[in-house]
Each structure stands twice: as structure tokens, then as C-alpha cells.
Design a protein around this ligand. Structure first.
Ligand code: ADP
Ligand code: MG
Ligand code: MG
Length: 251
């Protein structure tokens, strides 16, 4: 059981961005992707989620053996892929509690209703992990949220939807160390043999708190190097200079 990306090619407005990405994320593992700006990390996450701006030119993405390439964003999300950031930045007039409840309701079979008491119990217990104020449930989605609140809200959505595969793109950007620790606590609470994670980050710091099983380096639309969690520390030390032309063979 895995999220399997095979020889994936994708363009943005005729420009090739992904140039043959191969990556397998088995359930139970946390994989990190690092790499310089512009290497295609966000593009990869959006192509997996089914974002419409990207034209897939070749290859495949399968979820536990099922091809998801022909599915739309919503269907992929119901099948169990969660991309933090895939949800609208702001949803005026819709409270956080109702937004998450509607997303959960959409995953239930016809005619089945969410039990409100159980729902709030679950919601509050997860908000406690993330040290979120109860008042938060009544506020409109992301309206007037600080950067840190938005990130926590994403993790809350993720914890409530319980996806099989979680993709986090730069979840650490703009977070102070306390918020980072809380986000990591939420993610670590979700780690399970039944769930895989793809954690994309430009900096090593997040990986001190969410310890990856494997680290990959993306460069110019490909995974060019893979290793264990020590690779993240090496990159922090030495930077990405080794990616400059001609040096990769010695890296
Ligand atoms: P990373 O996340 O590694 O910084 P991105 O995937 O965001 O890299 O970007 C890879 C390349 O694709 C960059 O050159 C970027 O300008 C381009 N790109 C990504 N998305 C778009 C888009 N929607 N429109 C035009 N160019 C894009
Ligand atoms: Mg990016
Ligand atoms: Mg492994």
C-alpha cells in the first residue's frame, strides 16, 4: 500500500516543470522533499492533488494501486489524498466547525448523517492537541487569521479528515518556533502504520520536529538524491551547491 509516483511529467503553460519524477511513499512512512526554490516541489504536490493549472504529460500516480490521474480534486481528496493549502484561503460566512463538518459529511454514504455530539467531541479533542481556542470554531474559515492560525487550521482539517496520505507544502514557512512545535505535535499524533506523509520543506528545521524516514532532493523537476534523515542535516550544512552542473555525479 503506497502513494506511487512513476515517471511523472507535467507542464505549466507549455513549460515542462516535472521531468520524470519517481517516488514511492509506503503507508507508515514520512518522506520529506527538499530542494532549491523553483525546483518543482509545489508543482509535484499540486499535480498529485489534481490541480487544474498543470498539464500532465506522462507517467502515473496511484493510490494503493488505484490510478487517480483521471480524478478531479474533490474525488482525489475523498479517496484519501490531503494537500494542505488545497482548500480555499477564505470562506466568508462559513464557520470553521461547519466547513470541516461539511467536508466529513461529503465522505459519508447517502443518507448517513454526522452525529453532532460525537463530531464536536472529536473536534475539541483535536483542537486541544493544537492548543486552539474554542472560540475558533465559530469564526469564518481563515477570515482574519494570522499566518500561524491558518497553518494550525490546516492541520486541524487534516486531523479531522484522517486522509490516507497527507501532503504538506512548506507548512513551516512563516511559523515561529512555538507554532512549529504545535504543528509538528499534530502531525506526529497522526503518524500511523495506515498513513503516509509527504512533507515538503525548503528548510531543515521542520524535520527536527517531524522526523522523516526518507529525505529526497528535488532539482529541475526530478528527484536527484535520496537518503535517510541525516541527508537533511547534510543539506543544512552544505547547501545545494552540489546541484550545480557537473557536480552531481560526485555528490
Ligand atoms: P518549488 O516549490 O520547488 O519552489 P514550484 O513548483 O513552485 O517550485 O515551481 C517550479 C517552476 O514552475 C518555477 O519556475 C515556477 O515559476 C513555475 N511555475 C509553477 N507554477 C506555475 C504557474 N501556475 N504558472 C507559471 N509558472 C509556474
Ligand atoms: Mg514551493
Ligand atoms: Mg522505506
Amino acid at each position: 500500500m503506497s502513494l506511487l509516483i512513476k515517471d511523472l511529467y507535467a507542464n505549466v503553460e507549455e513549460t515542462p516543470i516535472l521531468k520524470g519524477v519517481n517516488l514511492e511513499i509506503p503507508k507508515g512512512e514520512v518522506h520529506a522533499i527538499m530542494g532549491p526554490n523553483g525546483s518543482g516541489k509545489s508543482t509535484l504536490s499540486k499535480v498529485i492533488a489534481g490541480h487544474e493549472d498543470y498539464e500532465v504529460k506522462g507517467g502515473s500516480v496511484t493510490l494503493d494501486g488505484e490510478d487517480i490521474m483521471e480524478m478531479g480534486v474533490d474525488e482525489r481528496s475523498r479517496e484519501g489524498v490531503f494537500l494542505a493549502f488545497q482548500y480555499p484561503a477564505e470562506v466568508p460566512g462559513v464557520s470553521n466547525a461547519n466547513f470541516i463538518r461539511a467536508a466529513l459529511q461529503a465522505r459519508l454514504p447517502e443518507g448517513e448523517e454526522i452525529d453532532a455530539v460525537a463530531y464536536y467531541k472529536n473536534l475539541y479533542s483535536k483542537m486541544d492537541v493544537l492548543e486552539m481556542d474554542r472560540k475558533f470554531t465559530g469564526r469564518a474559515v481563515n477570515e482574519g487569521f494570522s499566518g500561524g492560525e491558518k497553518k494550525r487550521n490546516e492541520i486541524l482539517q487534516m486531523m479531522m479528515l484522517e486522509p490516507k496520505y497527507c501532503i504538506m507544502d512548506e507548512t513551516d514557512s512563516g511559523l515561529d518556533i512555538d507554532a512549529l512545535k504545535i504543528v509538528a505535535k499534530g502531525v506526529n499524533a497522526m503518524r500511523s502504520p495506515d498513513r503516509g506523509f509527504l512533507v515538503i520543506t525548503h528548510y531543515q528545521r521542520l524535520l527536527d520536529y517531524i522526523q522523516p524516514d526518507h529525505v529526497h532532493v528535488m532539482h529541475d523537476g526530478q528527484i536527484v538524491k535520496s537518503g535517510g534523515k541525516e541527508l537533511a542535516l547534510e543539506l543544512e550544512e552544505s547547501g545545494y551547491d552540489f546541484l550545480k552542473e557537473g557536480q552531481l555525479a560526485n555528490a
